[in-house]
Write a protein of this length. Structure first.
Length: 135
């Protein structure tokens, strides 16, 4: 399993994003089953749709929202299930500047995905037990 971060999904779905090519390469690996099923956190879904509305348009945001909720290889993860653990991870960070969403990603990645995260956010590389794709 692998947790999908907003930066990865935005890079993939926004062809004007600086990470688009790299995101496409990672998505190819994901679709080939290289890391198993993907975990899509509720917070990540909200971020992706909101950012695409801002950077692109409503039609793109809606299209991506629908696309993210369809594939069987993606499991939607309600964040309320991990709220206490996420708050603890957020409060205890010392050498990172993780957003609350990122703290949720770390929590779920460690608990359910062996620490594997698809992201372009360099803060994740500072966290013990987290492996970032692309490397």
């Amino acid at each position: 399993m692998i947790v999908l971060d907003s930066s990865f999904l935005i890079g993939f779905y926004n062809d004007r994003d600086s990470h688009h090519e790299a995101a496409c390469a990672v998505m190819d690996g994901f679709q080939e089953g290289r890391w198993g099923p993907g975990l899509l956190l509720e917070y990540v879904f909200l971020e992706v749709v909101t950012v695409l509305l801002s950077r692109r348009d409503l039609a793109t945001a809606v299209q991506v929202a629908e696309a993210l909720l369809r594939p069987p290889e993606l499991e939607f993860v309600p964040c309320s299930d991990f709220l206490g653990q996420t708050l603890a991870a957020f409060q205890s960070q010392q050498s990172t500047r993780l957003s609350f969403t990122d703290a949720a990603i770390v929590t779920v990645a460690k608990e359910r995905a062996g620490g594997l995260v698809a992201t372009f956010d360099s803060e994740f590389r500072k966290i013990p037990g987290i492996t970032v794709v692309p490397a």
